[in-house]
Design a protein. Structure first.
Length: 246
């Protein structure tokens, strides 16, 4: 006779993150529903995978990490990197992760679009800590998936590279909130905050109240998608997205 697991008796979430990402795990852990546990793996990546060789390297690392996490009896997997998961059609990487692991899988870019669709948002204002080029890459992905990007703002930080020190995790939520509210979002149905190493959980509810519209962040959308795919539908204090009916 086997006994239930002491941790993760409802679900176990497997999270794949870049080497320098410290925020996604911490934000998820701060909001984890009872009975759900978090397990992470890291791998090196090329943020935009512009060549076939770079894309192949990205996929190989991601699928290897997915397969290893699957050995720990995960309930669902998640790839926590927005720009790299926006280099393929919306659910292509999720399908590949599932093929490698036999588990339901989510990626940040697809989760953001899925969240917007669930909220009924057809147009957005996009905030990103990255360069204008990376922000435009993410905007193009959303446009291809039927979401109009009416405005976008970038803080100009670099993307991941081995040995490069990034400061995105140090950006204060108050700074992000002020920058987002400065974007012209009058005609947008929702606000999108990109970047899984950007702190957003402490301000989502306040920003929604201030803006009067839904806020979708990379970490929030990915968390929502992974939990739902693991069969967990708890309402959490993370914006309108987590108050949607199951």
């Amino acid at each position: 006779m086997t006994s239930p697991a002491y941790f993760g008796d409802r679900a176990r979430l497997g999270l794949v993150v870049p080497p320098n990402n410290t925020v996604c795990e911490a934000e998820w852990a701060s909001a984890m529903p009872p009975g759900v546990s978090l397990h992470a793996a890291r791998f090196r990546l090329n943020p935009l995978a512009k060549t076939a060789e770079e894309l192949d390297t990205l996929r190989t690392g991601l699928l290897d990490a997915s397969a290893m996490l699957a050995e720990a009896e995960m309930s669902a997997l998640a790839f926590a990197c927005t720009a790299p998961s926006a280099v393929s059609p919306r659910h292509a990487m999720e399908t590949a992760m599932t093929a490698a692991s036999t588990l339901p899988s989510a990626t940040a870019a697809a989760a953001v679009v899925d969240a917007l669709v669930a909220l009924g948002a057809k147009s957005v204002a996009l905030f990103s800590p990255f360069s204008a080029a990376v922000t435009a890459h993410e905007a193009a992905f959303m446009e291809q998936e039927g979401i109009r990007v009416l405005a976008q703002h970038s803080l100009g930080h670099g993307t991941y590279a081995p040995g490069r020190r990034l400061e995105i995790h140090r950006i204060a939520p108050a700074e992000v909130q002020a920058a987002v509210m400065a974007i012209d979002h009058a005609g947008a149905d929702a606000l999108v905050l990109s970047g899984t190493n950007l702190v957003t959980f402490p301000m989502i509810d306040a920003l929604e109240q201030q803006a009067g519209k839904p806020v979708v962040s990379s970490n929030q959308a990915l968390f929502w998608s992974a939990l739902r795919k693991a069969g967990v539908h708890d309402a959490l204090p993370l914006g309108r997205l987590f108050r949607l009916a199951a």
